[in-house]
Design a protein around this ligand. Structure first.
Ligand code: ZN
Ligand code: CU
Length: 519
């Protein structure tokens, strides 16, 4: 007598193998049988006729670090069929951090944690709907040791960063991430990253990177990531691969060709991607990196200083941004909510300013917290990157909750990433087979993060299972109406428990906060 049998579904096991009709039996938190189980009984049966039964999706690039502390339900992810999130990306993680400090202001005031160990314990105590895989943000290490200083680390500072990385690895991190467009991570040279990577590599971790440049200097940036991998002997994972800016469209062919060549030569490299032509980050990233030095107050003074302010504006102007391609997605002051969903040209027209000046005014008023969505990629590139066998799927977003409290017009990827791949790119565009898309969402990511008992439908694996209708699954979230859960997912099991039942999220918080087991 099993706890659960999922009967008659098309089983897609996460390896990339072709689907087959079969039943999946669950006992406790594990999958115990896969195959024809018609003579077996269970306490509960789910009829999956007409549906696909797949491993739960692994969001290989998530920013749920503080989201999960605020709300462990991870609703926008559960509604996508996501059962595991890899957090601590783009150089920023919730932990480790200095007391009272952190990227997120609200979270910074939270005194309950400083170390990775504290943070993971806290998540465990509170409960989470999804499994969590933590990475260490390189920016955190630098912030703790050097604040927002715009200079190279001294040998003693580098040693201190390596020690922090070592401790967090001992406490269960799976690797570290850099965010080389975001100060203070951006202030590090290649040599610093290599040294920290060596420490992380000694513990079997990986190096994930938001590269220094994804536009004009895309190729140099890929080369830097590969150099760090080579010199430190660490597996490299390139985050949200893309080419930004019209002049650079098509360069992903070159970058992926280089990665293929390096792999052929024996270097271990993988990538992730979100399925949209727009990116999203803090609006402050349009300000030159040097101007961020020493923190927000120093940046404010530089912007207000006539000479330095003029220099900043010149550099911003010279970067030839299309101001109408930058949409303000989240404001924090009531009087600025009117700008959410408007691009910088529109905001300029509303406030009687040039777009650049409108952006600066907004940033100053909001203590640089304003967020943006930026349309910078092309569909051909998105599809080309998606077809590459080393590319997995990552939302690049934290989990959100739709409904009355939902704020702003965030990038729809928070709600739509995985169903968009399965609905738009698999069913409508036929960019991938269903089996290959599922592999990118499950088995490939599990292998990358060394989750040997997840990401596949196999006896002995944890029962993280997503059951969906391949004919109807779709992302409902759009850029203008983003707070909408995806549809077409019927059931989601996390560690054997139903996190989503007949299309509705349950109250269950069965996620496990995972710590890398040291070899
Ligand atoms: Zn990033
Ligand atoms: Cu990211």
């Amino acid at each position: 007598m099993f706890d659960l049998i999922i009967r008659n579904g098309k089983v897609i096991d996460g390896t990339g193998n072709a689907w087959f009709y079969g039943d999946v039996a669950v006992q406790g938190e594990k999958i115990v049988e896969v195959g024809r189980l018609s003579t077996q009984a269970a306490k509960r049966v789910i009829d999956a006729s007409g549906l696909v039964v797949a491993p739960g999706f692994i969001d290989s690039h998530s920013h749920s670090d503080s989201n999960l502390l605020n709300n462990g339900r991870a609703a926008s992810k559960i509604y996508q069929g996501v059962t595991t999130e890899v957090i601590g990306q783009c150089g920023t993680s919730a932990a480790p951090r200095a007391a009272g400090e952190g990227e997120d202001e609200a979270a910074a005031k939270d005194a309950r944690w400083t170390s990775m160990d504290d943070y993971l314990n806290l998540l465990t105590e509170q409960g989470v709907a999804v499994n969590v895989i933590p990475l260490i943000g390189h920016g955190n290490l630098r912030r703790i040791v050097m604040g927002m200083a715009n200079r190279q680390a001294t040998p003693a500072e580098l040693e201190a960063m390596c020690q922090l990385a070592e401790l967090a690895m001992q406490q269960g991190a799976f690797g570290f991430s850099s965010g080389l467009i975001y100060p203070p991570s951006a202030y590090a040279g290649t040599a610093e990253l290599i040294e920290i990577a060596k420490t992380v590599a000694a513990y079997g971790g990986i190096y994930a990177t938001h590269m220094r440049n994804e536009g004009n200097r895309l190729m140099e940036s890929v080369k830097e990531a590969l150099t760090i991998g080579e010199q430190a002997g660490i597996p490299v994972h390139i985050s949200h691969h893309k080419a930004t800016g019209e002049a650079n469209w098509g360069k992903v062919r070159e970058s992926l060709a280089l990665i293929d060549a390096q792999r052929a030569a024996g270097q271990d490299i993988t990538l992730d991607q979100y399925p949209y032509i727009a990116s999203s980050t803090g609006l402050r990233s349009i300000i030159p990196q040097w101007a961020h030095a020493d923190g927000p107050e120093a940046m404010r003074q530089r912007l207000l200083d006539p000479d330095t302010g003029a220099r900043i504006r010149e550099e911003m102007q010279a970067s030839q941004r299309r101001w109408d391609a930058i949409v303000v997605s989240r404001c924090f002051l009531e009087e600025n909510k009117q700008f959410e969903g408007k691009n910088l040209e529109e905001i300029g027209a509303m406030t009687g300013q040039a777009p650049l000046e409108a952006a600066i005014s907004l940033l100053l008023a909001e203590d640089f917290r304003t967020r943006m969505v930026r349309f910078s990629m092309c569909e051909e590139d998105v599809e080309y990157v998606m077809r590459h066998p080393l590319v997995m799927i990552g939302s690049d977003s934290g989990a959100l909750t739709a409904g009355p409290g939902a704020q702003g017009k965030p990038h729809p990827r928070a709600y739509g990433t995985f169903p968009r791949v399965l609905g738009h790119y698999v069913r409508e565009r036929q960019v991938l087979t269903l089996e290959e898309a599922i592999r990118k969402m499950t088995g490939l990511a599990a292998a990358r993060f060394q989750l040997w008992d997840r990401g596949l439908l196999r006896p002995g694996c944890y029962a993280d299972i997503t059951i969906f209708d391949p004919e109807t699954i779709r992302d409902e979230a759009t850029f203008t109406d983003p707070h909408r859960y995806a549809t077409g997912i019927h059931y989601v099991l996390v560690n054997g428990q139903l996190a989503l039942e007949q299309g509705e999220q349950t109250e269950v918080l069965a996620g496990q906060v995972l710590r890398r087991q040291r070899p």
